[in-house]
Design a protein around this ligand. Structure first.
Ligand code: BES
Ligand code: ZN
Length: 464
């Protein structure tokens, strides 16, 4: 039940709706591309920008958490030690903008068109982090001067590049990150206007693969057909990684994969999945994949092995007749419970070396890994989160899983044993990681209200 203070908080959100978007746009102007060495300073500036905003909102503590890589931002509102503490996680780093020519408005000049904010990072994940800081602002400015529960905010700067320093942060700041609930907003809703609580994420293992056969490029007239060709070798190895039924052929790959329970299978089948719209969102002609599973089952509950990049030899204009000396590829596997990235990595490397044609050298570098997550949905807090989401959006909330990965989620869940609420406000066709990334401004607005209801209900659950 809402009561007068909450009404005032919600009214503030209505009143400040447009200015909240301007504030978000200001943060999104900072090109915090974590993979780019030229943007090191910008990633830091992005973290500092957030810390500064949290200070303005009366955080009791707000600072950078330094790492050997990019800094994270941390802020804390200590309200009352008897109240529960929510640890909110997000990331302030963004993906590169490539290909730049496909953007309809400049990626770092956020632009509103048709109820959407376009720009890099607007939904993945700065807009979703701001949903929380704006909810806090509303409580601070229009409510009791502080949020209704204790809130800790940790906003990482390396999520998009594999969170290599995350374990270090968690280890070093163990005390700082203690909480009763973890809340993460970095996923998408199932469809327009459908509040969706994400209860499963896939894990990941990512590799750089290098094939070497010659000391230098050779003239293809003088050497072609007589010495190993690393491009052909790599192509043939990649082609052998799946069988004709779409299964991954790496021995042992499926050994730890949990079967999908029948009731979850039915729940997934009952969701209103729009396959043509899914295909259209990326311009694909048809679905493909592992036989015996529906598209959503493949995306959410089955592991994959994908080529992320492939290169060898001459790629410039015109032709150049050579046998290239080397070939390389980026590959990654999406993992499901109970697969383990390190174990999968060992199996993958062994297999790749076994199927390499004679005369080529294979080098596999494991770049990063993250484990899959399944939420303990039997806990009452999941019903509470559904209710908060539904109160804002005026529709029943569905449980979904996602095929993407957020390594922090499993790591913090294992470390603390606390439930993680994946309350995402994106849309499936939001162009994350692609040109023309966008945030639905209605979701931004109602997302802020969802979080207000969530914090309020978490306090009610504690009986204070
Ligand atoms: N927001 C995504 C996670 C995500 C992706 C959730 C798709 C739901 C659907 C996050 O920013 C991301 O891109 N994560 C990376 C993690 C990786 C680099 C370890 C991913 O999934 O590729
Ligand atoms: Zn991302």
């Amino acid at each position: 039940m809402s009561h007068p203070p909450l009404d005032a908080v919600l009214a503030y959100v209505d009143r400040e709706r447009a200015r909240f978007v301007d504030d978000l746009a200001a943060w999104c102007r900072i090109p915090s591309i974590s993979s780019s060495p030229e943007h090191v300073g910008e990633v830091r500036r992005s973290a500092e920008h957030l810390v500064e905003r949290c200070r303005e909102l009366g955080a009791d503590d707000a600072r950078l958490l330094e790492t050997p890589g990019h800094p994270a931002a941390f802020a804390e509102w200590r309200v009352d030690p008897r109240l529960p503490t929510a640890l909110v996680y997000g990331h302030h780093d963004v993906q590169p903008i490539d290909p730049p020519e496909q953007w309809l408005s400049p990626p770092f000049e956020p632009t509103v068109r048709d109820g959407r904010l376009y720009g890099r990072g607007v939904v993945d994940d700065k807009g979703q982090v701001y949903i929380h800081t704006k909810a806090i602002e509303a409580f601070v400015k229009a409510g009791a001067g502080k949020p209704p529960v204790n809130v800790k905010l940790i906003v990482e700067g390396e999520e998009e590049v594999g969170s290599a320093n995350l374990d270090g942060i968690l280890h070093e700041h163990d005390e700082l990150l203690r909480a009763d609930y973890v809340v993460v907003s970095d996923t998408a809703m199932f469809g327009r206007g459908i509040p969706s609580l994400c209860v499963g994420l896939r894990g990941i293992a990512y590799w750089d693969v290098k094939i070497a056969a010659l000391a230098l490029d050779g003239h293809s007239g003088s050497y072609g057909g007589a010495v190993p060709n690393p491009a052909t070798a790599l192509a043939s190895m990649i082609a052998k990684l799946h069988d004709e039924r779409g299964h991954v052929t790496v021995p042992g790959f499926y050994d730890r994969v949990r079967a999908l329970p029948e009731d979850e299978r039915r729940a997934i089948a009952a969701l209103p999945f729009d396959e043509p719209a899914f295909l259209a969102s990326v311009g694909a002609a048809r679905v493909v994949g592992e036989h015996g599973y529906s598209t959503l089952e493949r995306l959410w509950t089955r592991p994959t092995l994908e080529v992320n990049g492939l290169s060898s030899g001459w790629q410039g204009p015109g032709s150049k007749t050579i046998v290239p000396a080397t070939a390389s590829a980026k590959l990654s596997a999406r993992l499901v419970p109970d697969q383990d990235p390190e174990e999968i990595s060992r199996l993958f490397e062994t297999h790749l070396k076994r199927i390499a044609p004679p005369g080529v050298k294979v080098e596999v570098t494991f770049l990063h890994g993250g484990r899959p997550y399944l939420a303990p949905t039997e806990l009452p807090v999941y019903d509470l989160a559904k209710r908060a989401f539904s109160r804002a959006f005026g529709k029943p909330t569905v449980f979904i899983r996602e095929g993407g990965s957020i390594p922090f989620v499993r790591t913090i869940a294992d470390r603390t044993g606390k439930p993680c609420l994946l309350m995402g406000f994106g849309q499936p066709d939001e162009n994350a990681h692609a040109p023309n990334e966008w945030l639905d401004l209605e979701n931004f607005h109602l997302g802020i209200k969802s979080v207000i209801y969530l914090y309020d209900e978490l306090r009610a659950l504690s009986g204070r």
